[in-house]
Design a protein around this ligand. Structure first.
Ligand SMILES: [Zn+2]
Length: 304
């Protein structure tokens, strides 16, 4: 990621009075991960081949796995009614497994630029399918003025990692002119401010992870009910100007990994409260229903 992205990412998470503390913590963690990258050898995120963040065969597999985006809301219980009707349409570029899963996890942990390039392309394919006619019965078409709204990372995750992985990917697509025609990036959502004890406990678990004492208790290790409780009311529109601009605005929400759909539903609720019309969602990958429990129990997974 470059300096401008970092500055923007940091600025979006800064909120007085704890803003300075957060920026400092983010900067410290970033320096720490840069230092680590000097002493830890680079290896393929998927197959551990040396000297490359993603080897050519794994990159080809990743592209194949994300070449044909599809509708996936039926895999996300929070996006369906009890009668099996979709509450929100969602399109994914691929399935959360193999090279794609490894690449997503590694990118979220380290922000590796080589992985960002591949994942941004996968997200671009998902967005194109969601907005255009690439997916049968996609149900939502761009007729100009469509906003692409990324789901913001939590402040705790931002402090832990020093960057906002999804925000970087969407900003990259926007900067490179690779968002679908008639759409624009609109990072109008933010997480509600977390209390200082939540930030501290996040810092403690990050430290425990480094020393090997952590349990890796990320979002995916939470049971569905816990997760719904955790995300309820967690998003808000960024400021009154953004709120006014949302009235009647047509929107596609974007996230990286779709599991239960609780996060997308909550983001949608915050946007609809401001009068926006959420047409659907686009994600990089989805966790298929039979694998939910396995994925949520996975100690290493952290898709928050
Ligand atoms: Zn590889």
């Amino acid at each position: 990621m470059d300096r401008a992205e970092l500055a923007e990412s940091a600025a979006r998470h800064a909120a007085p009075p704890a803003g300075a503390v957060r920026r400092l913590a983010a900067a410290a963690l970033k320096s720490w991960s840069e230092l680590l990258s000097l002493v830890v050898p680079v290896e393929c995120a998927a197959c551990l081949a040396p000297d490359t963040p993603l080897c050519a065969p794994c990159a080809r597999s990743l592209r194949r796995a994300t070449a044909a985006p599809r509708r996936v809301e039926e895999h996300a219980p929070s996006l369906m009614t009890y009668d099996g009707e979709p509450l929100l349409h969602a399109v994914a570029a691929g399935c959360y497994r193999g090279e794609l899963a490894h690449a997503v996890l590694a990118f979220k942990r380290h922000g590796t630029p080589a992985l960002a390039a591949e994942l941004a392309s996968a997200l671009a394919r998902s967005l194109k399918a969601a907005v255009g006619s690439g997916v049968p019965r996609a149900g939502f078409q761009a007729r100009g003025g469509l906003w692409i709204v990324p789901v913001p990372t939590s402040t705790a995750a931002f402090v832990r990692r020093g960057f906002d992985p999804l925000g970087l990917l969407v900003a990259r697509l926007s900067r490179e002119g690779r968002l679908p025609g008639g759409t624009a990036r609109a990072p109008v959502l933010r997480r509600r401010r977390q209390r200082i004890h939540e930030l501290l406990s996040s810092a403690v678990s990050a430290a425990a992870e480094w020393t090997g004492a952590g349990h890796g208790a990320g979002q995916k290790s939470l049971r569905r009910g816990q997760r719904r409780g955790r995300v309820a009311g967690s998003f808000e529109v960024r400021g009154s100007r953004a709120r006014r601009s949302l009235a009647g605005r047509r929107i596609v929400v974007v996230d990286d990994v779709l599991t239960t759909g609780a996060t997308l539903r909550e983001a949608t609720r915050a946007l609809e409260d401001a009068g926006a019309v959420v047409l659907g969602a686009a994600v990089i990958c989805f966790v298929p229903v039979p694998e939910h429990q396995h994925a949520e129990d996975s100690q290493s997974a952290d898709t928050e």
